[in-house]
Write a protein that binds this ligand. Structure first.
Ligand code: UD1
Length: 429
């Protein structure tokens, strides 16, 4: 699959937003990118079998993972949000630097490849805009299961003559490390126990997929996950959960523009931390079985700290900070998951935000108005936050470096327009 098949995608595009009007309407959440990616990687555990995944969002990161799996020999078909992955008896185990550098989630193939092929080569994922993001927990866990790693010319070379079950404790409940180890343990007979595991809904979704393939797995969604693998796994079909970060971003678009926005097909429990914070801020909010509505409200500042699930998600911190820029009062936002996830602050300030940074804490003094400016998306969620700022600002905002936004928000322009947002994509001369 190539970029030309995608609706947007050149680095020279800009998003022009004429802000200041409330957004109103009803949207449906896309499937969760961060759930689809590990489930796609899990296909590598199969041998001569097929994995079918429903509700896969059509996003750049999904295409990058599809390219990576194709490179390893998997036959990938993707149409109308349904993906089928046919995995041959023999697959490759060497991942190309060009794809791994494009997306850090490429490291999710490490566990499945070691389990399936007894070896893997993964170029060292570099640093990125939100911090150094090492993969030492992944490496340590796989080593404990019986993999020897060497770092050769900037790539991890892993070899194992047969993984064995292990008890693995994570120093921090890393989402990616939990997923990688769950997948590795899926082809290992005997019980592997993951302690201080990540509890994110995306981890639970992966557990459902592995169970559908024939793995015995329990405890997903808690801090202790037990996995009893099998030598051979079978055909499986699984559906991706709704994207809690995308859904939350559109709800915040309603809040920041003081409109009425409903997002359907969400799991309200997955966005509980956001809903609680919005209620605390005085936003009128209605939660039904699978839909959440925010109503036009004057809201006040609230303080928060990002934490692993069920805490407030770091992936929503920039969008919530954008919302707090226009709140009544002062908000203290502490980022505790990533070391440098405040690059958006300097862009926010161009638009009239008043933010004081002290290490990993941002003190946001609410202002009455934001002003349009030309701003740069420094990463995916920072880009989404700048779009929110632009929708609320008085005049025209131009958001550059859109390739970050296309990584995570399918049809964002159409969705915002459907809510009455005045947004267009322009190409540079
Ligand atoms: C996933 C999400 C990302 C989200 C993050 C935290 C995907 C594809 N991406 O990223 O959008 O922001 O969870 O919710 O699902 N760490 C280490 N060593 C490791 C692994 C992690 O020190 O081996 C640290 C990281 O640097 C970071 C923290 O642990 O400070 C959390 O990272 P982790 O949960 O692993 O995030 P990802 O899985 O990379």
């Amino acid at each position: 699959m190539k970029d030309k098949d995608l609706p947007y995608g050149t680095e020279r595009e800009k998003l022009v937003i004429r802000g200041g009007a409330p957004l109103n309407g009803v949207l449906t959440a896309q499937g969760a990118k961060n759930a689809a990616l590990p489930i796609m990687a899990a296909s590598l555990l199969l041998k001569g079998k097929r994995l079918t995944i429903d509700r896969v969002p059509d996003l750049h990161d999904i295409h990058t993972m599809a390219d990576l799996l194709s490179h390893l020999g998997v036959k990938v078909e993707f149409r109308d949000h349904r993906m089928t992955l046919d995995v041959p008896e023999e697959i490759g185990w060497e991942t190309p630097p060009s794809l791994v550098r494009k997306m850090r989630a490429s490291s999710l193939v490490l566990g499945p490849l070691i389990a399936r092929c007894g070896r893997a080569v993964l170029p060292l994922p570099g640093g990125c805009a939100i911090g150094s993001r090492p993969i030492d927990f992944h490496i340590r866990g796989l080593s404990k299961m019986g993999t020897n790693f060497e770092l050769v010319q900037g790539a991890f070379h892993g070899r194992s003559s047969g993984l064995k079950p292990a008890r693995i404790y994570f120093d921090f409940p890393s989402v990616g490390a939990t997923e990688n180890l769950m997948m590795a343990a899926s082809l290992v007979e005997g019980e592997t126990i993951l302690e201080n595991a990540a509890r994110e809904p995306e981890v639970v979704n992966l557990a459902h997929a592995l169970r559908a393939m024939g793995v015995f797995i329990e405890g997903e969604g808690s801090g202790t996950i037990r996995i009893k693998g099998a030598r051979e796994l079978g055909d499986a079909r699984v559906s991706v959960i709704p994207d809690r970060i995308e859904a939350s971003t559109y709800l915040l678009a309603g809040v920041i523009t003081k409109g009425k926005v409903t997002v359907r097909d969400v799991v309200p429990e997955h966005i509980d931390s956001l809903c609680s914070k919005l209620e605390e801020a005085g936003v009128e909010i209605e939660v039904r079985d699978d839909a959440v509505t925010v109503y036009p409200s004057q809201y006040r500042s609230v303080s928060l700290k990002t934490l692993p699930y069920p805490g407030f998600p770091t992936d929503l911190q920039p969008q919530m900070m954008a919302t707090m820029c226009l709140a009544n009062g002062t908000s203290v936002i502490h980022e505790s998951v990533f070391e440098s996830r405040f690059l958006h602050v300097s862009e926010f300030k161009r638009m009239g935000a008043r933010i004081d940074l002290q290490g990993n804490t941002a003190i946001v003094a609410g202002v009455n108005k934001l002003f349009g400016a030309e701003v740069h998306a420094t990463d995916l969620r920072a880009g989404a936050a700048l779009v929110l700022m632009g929708l609320a600002a008085e005049d025209e905002t131009v958001v550059c470096d859109l390739e970050h936004i296309w990584r995570g928000y399918e049809g964002i322009v159409e969705k915002l327009r459907a809510l009455g947002g005045k947004v267009i994509v322009t190409k540079e001369d």
